[in-house]
Design a protein around this ligand. Structure first.
Ligand code: HAX
Length: 423
C-alpha cells in the first residue's frame, strides 16, 4: 500500500462516518426549494452535490481545498493532485513517491497509440482523447477489484490506483494525439531521466524547448485542474462513476462534455475570435473598431467567447494568472495585445448590453493566446490541454466520493405537463 493509500485510509473512515451521521441525524433537513425556473434553467444554483476538493464563489472564484488559486500558481500538477485528494500539502517524501508512481505510466501503451492512429484524419482531438481513455480502460484495477468482489467501502483504493494511472497516462495520450492529428512526426517517448509530469508532457508534445513553454504547461495544468462539482465535466464524471463505472469510463465521458463550446471548447473559440479580430483589422484594432465589432457581434445574437460565467461575478482569478504570465514573460504579439484590449473594453460593453450576468473574463479568454505564442497554433487541440488538466480534479473528486461510498445518482424528472400542472 502506498503512502497516499495509507493517508486516505483514516480519511475514508472519517468521511463515511460524517456522511452516515448527517444522513441519520439531519437527513430530513431542508436545504432550499427548487423553482420551475431552476428546473427549466439547467438546475442553476440547486444545492444538490457534495464536492470537498474545491469551491467556486461568485465574488472570488476558485479555491482548492480552501486555498485561493492565485496562492497556488507555483505548485506542480502532482502537488495539485495530492492537495485535491488529501486536503493537505504534500511533503517531499510523499511527492517523491507519487512522482515515481506516475512515472511508471508516462509511456502510453502501443495499442492506445494504434487506436488513435486508426481514427479518421479529420477526427476532432477531443473525440480522440475520449477514445484514447476508453481504449486504456482495459487496464482498470477498479473494474478488476469489483469483479473479484471488493466491498463498497474498499473500492476507493483501486480507484486511487486507476486515478494515478489515468492522470499519468493522459499527457502521453494527448501528446500522441497532437503529433498524429497534426502530422508532427513520430510520437515522442517520455524523458528517461525526469519524472516530473508537466516536464514530460511539454517534452512529449514537442512544441518548443523554451523553458517558459514548460512553465506555461505547468501553470496550465494547475489552473484548469478543478472547478468544484457542478460544471458539466465534473458532474458527468460524478454521475457516470456513481454507477460504479471505473475512472476511465467516467473521465472519457466527462471529456465529451468538456468538448462543448459552452464549456471547455470555449478556449478554442476564444482564440478564433481573437484571430478573427486580427484578420478583420489587419492587426490590433483601434478602440473604436473593437467596440463596433463587439456590438455587431452582440446584435447578431453571438456571445463574446471567454466572457461571462455561470457562477463567477468577477474576473476569473485564473484569467488573472494567465494574463500576468504573459506580462511577466514579455509576450507582446498581436494576439496578446488584442486579449488585453478586449479585457479593457468588452466588460463595459457587456454591462451596457445588459444581458450577461457576469461581464468579466473567464479562464478561456487568455489561455489560447499564450499557447499560440509558444508555437501551439492548432486551436482544435486547446481543449485537449484543458482535459489533461481537468482529469486531475475529476479523478480527485471521484476518489473522495468513493471514499464516502456515495450512492448512484438518480434525480427525479418531470414531464412538461407535470411541470405545467404545478404552475
Ligand atoms: N456574450 C454575450 N452574451 C452573453 C455572454 C457573453 N459572453 N455571456 C452570457 N451572455 C448572455 C447569455 O447568452 C444569456 O442570453 P439569453 O438570455 O438571450 O439566453 C444571458 O446573457 C444570460 O446568461 P448568463 O446567466 O449570464 O450566463 P449563463 O450562466 O447562462 O452562461 C456561459 C454562462 C459561460 C455559458 C456564458 O456566459 C457564455 O456563453 N459565455 C461565452 C462562452 C464562454 O466563454 N464559455 C466558457 C465558460 C468557462 C468554462 O466553463 N470553461 O470551461
Amino acid at each position: 500500500m502506498s503512502i497516499l493509500h495509507n493517508k486516505l485510509v483514516s480519511q475514508a473512515e472519517v468521511l463515511r462516518a460524517k456522511r452516515t451521521s448527517l444522513l441519520k441525524e439531519h437527513g430530513e433537513t431542508v436545504l432550499g426549494s427548487v423553482t420551475i425556473e431552476q428546473v427549466l434553467g439547467g438546475m442553476r444554483g440547486v444545492p444538490a452535490l457534495v464536492c470537498d476538493t474545491s469551491s467556486v464563489s461568485a465574488d472570488e472564484g476558485l479555491r482548492i481545498r480552501n486555498t485561493p488559486i492565485l496562492d497556488l500558481t507555483n505548485i506542480t500538477p502532482e502537488e495539485t493532485f495530492w492537495l485535491l485528494v488529501t486536503g493537505e500539502r504534500a511533503s517531499a517524501e510523499e511527492l517523491a513517491e507519487l512522482r515515481a508512481a506516475f512515472a511508471k505510466h508516462y509511456a502510453v501503451p502501443q495499442y492506445v497509440v494504434d487506436t488513435l492512429k486508426a481514427m479518421p484524419k479529420d477526427s476532432h482531438p477531443m473525440a480522440m482523447l475520449s477514445v484514447g481513455l476508453l481504449a486504456l480502460e482495459r487496464e482498470s484495477e477498479f473494474r478488476a477489484a469489483y469483479d473479484k468482489g471488493a466491498g463498497k467501502d474498499a473500492l476507493w483504493q483501486s480507484m486511487v490506483n486507476d486515478s494515478v494511472r489515468l492522470i499519468a497516462s493522459i499527457p502521453g495520450i494527448a501528446a500522441a494525439i497532437y503529433r498524429i492529428r497534426f502530422n508532427k512526426g513520430d510520437v515522442i517517448a517520455p524523458l528517461a531521466d525526469d519524472n516530473d509530469l508537466s516536464n514530460n508532457f511539454a517534452h512529449m508534445l514537442g512544441v518548443s524547448n523554451d523553458p517558459a513553454w514548460k512553465e506555461l504547461v505547468r501553470l496550465y495544468l494547475v489552473l484548469h485542474s478543478d472547478h468544484e462539482g457542478g460544471n458539466v465535466s465534473a458532474m458527468t464524471s460524478y454521475v457516470v462513476s456513481s454507477a460504479l463505472s471505473d475512472p476511465f469510463y467516467s473521465v472519457s465521458a466527462a471529456m465529451c462534455g468538456l468538448a462543448g463550446p459552452l464549456h471547455g471548447l470555449a478556449n478554442q473559440e476564444c482564440l478564433r475570435f481573437i484571430m478573427d479580430v486580427r484578420e478583420q483589422f489587419g492587426g490590433v484594432p483601434t478602440d473604436e473598431q473593437l467596440t463596433e465589432y463587439t456590438w455587431n457581434r452582440l446584435n447578431n445574437g453571438q456571445v463574446i467567447p471567454g466572457y461571462g460565467h455561470a457562477v463567477l461575478r468577477v474576473t476569473d482569478p485564473r484569467f488573472t494568472a494567465f494574463h500576468d504570465f504573459g506580462v511577466d514573460n514579455g509576450l507582446t504579439d498581436e494576439n496578446v495585445q488584442i486579449v488585453h484590449k478586449i479585457f479593457r473594453l468588452v466588460p463595459g460593453i457587456l454591462k451596457e448590453h445588459g444581458k450577461a450576468k457576469n461581464p468579466w473574463p473567464n479562464v478561456d479568454a487568455a489561455s489560447g493566446s499564450l499557447l499560440y505564442a509558444y508555437g501551439m497554433t492548432e486551436f482544435d487541440f486547446y481543449t485537449v490541454m484543458f482535459g489533461v488538466s481537468r482529469a486531475i480534479g475529476l479523478c480527485s473528486q471521484m476518489v473522495v466520493n468513493r471514499m464516502m461510498a456515495s450512492p448512484i445518482v438518480r434525480p427525479k424528472s418531470l414531464t412538461l405537463e407535470e411541470l405545467s400542472a404545478k404552475a
